[in-house]
Design a binder for this molecule. Sequence first.
Ligand SMILES: *Cc1c(COP(=O)(O)O)cnc(C)c1O
Length: 399
Amino acid sequence: MPSDDHPNLGTLSVWAGEDEDLLQKPSAVPVVHSVSFDYRDVDEWLEVALARKRGYIYSRNTNPTVYAFEEKVRQLEGGEAATSFSTGMAAISNTLFTLLSPGDRVVSLKDTYGGTSKIFIEFLPRFQVGVSLCDTTDHEAIEAAVAEGCKVLYLESPTNPTLKVIDLARLAAAGHGVGATVVVDNTFATPINQNPLELGADLVIHSATKCLGGHADALGGVLCGPTDLVEKIFHFREINGASLHPMAAYLLLRGMKTLHLRIRQQNESALKIARYLEAHPFVERVFYPGLESHENHDIARRQMRGYGGILSFMLKGGFDAVRTFLPRLRYAHLAANLGAVETIAGPPATTSHVECTAEEREALGIPESLVRYSVGVEDPEDLIADLEQALAHAAQAVG
Ligand SMILES: *Cc1c(COP(=O)(O)O)cnc(C)c1O
């Protein structure tokens, strides 16, 4: 504060009332909207600017509310360091563009998230990065592609929207065999159900927009792993600018207070619903890693503590059935999102793979009769009754 005893109204408008120690020790994490942070001591300012001392300079780089969010995820994932991003896609693209240079090669899966798949197909090749996308559950094929040499092995499990599961420990070992950095998108599992770093991955990524936040009111992304790697990616992000907003960080932090409770409920409800759907005559097939009929249930049982709240299923009667069925659901948002407290349903054409053409979806093995169903925290018996009436309606109208 300037010490002028008689400042004018303009100066008072700017400075009055804003003491440095406004922040005592609030019980809830405060939303620090401030773009920058003041220093009276220029030497200390320099120490922080040179990263020799922890502190905040400018909120594109670091911010206290954002830091609290990063720290919560870091501890849940068991990482050495964490950094955050404006969205999940920013976390993914910043990571890939930091780690890959022209002439490098990346190996990944055909079933990665639609936006991620676009980076592999549309953007990385423009920078002369070689991309090999393997059949998601063909572990031998992935190992063979990795053995040809790659800089990054990029994995996701369970996948979106057909809930394929891959053996992360086995593939992390394959990646390390050729010196690759192994990255895992853990959005679907959450750290409550699966910790990729423990399974051997180098970096774990989340779209915090989904289950971490859990309330469908904030976008965000986060990355955890060893300090040297995270710092490199943080540096790319602080310069390229895809920083998490403090208000979003606050909403994500608040949502995460109940992460374990939500995921526990969603694990339990989704399994009940998957079993119910599997026995329904109008349902052709159910994809859920917790079902004994899931092609990689054994791997899921080994590497996950719970199977998550997201499942998908194919209706008999193709896309016409989907179109009739969805609007009949009373307790589901029909929206392009997942992992929230409310149940959310939608077809891949407007949700996970909205970025892809029908031909691309076909090539990725995503049926047009598929419904993705993200189970909320409602009472599962009400969700089952809701599905029952919507299925009956669709079966009658189409079947
Ligand atoms: C939604 C999603 C993303 C992208 O996250 P945004 O926050 O929407 O950018 C990445 N990976 C998976 C598995 C997702 O579901």
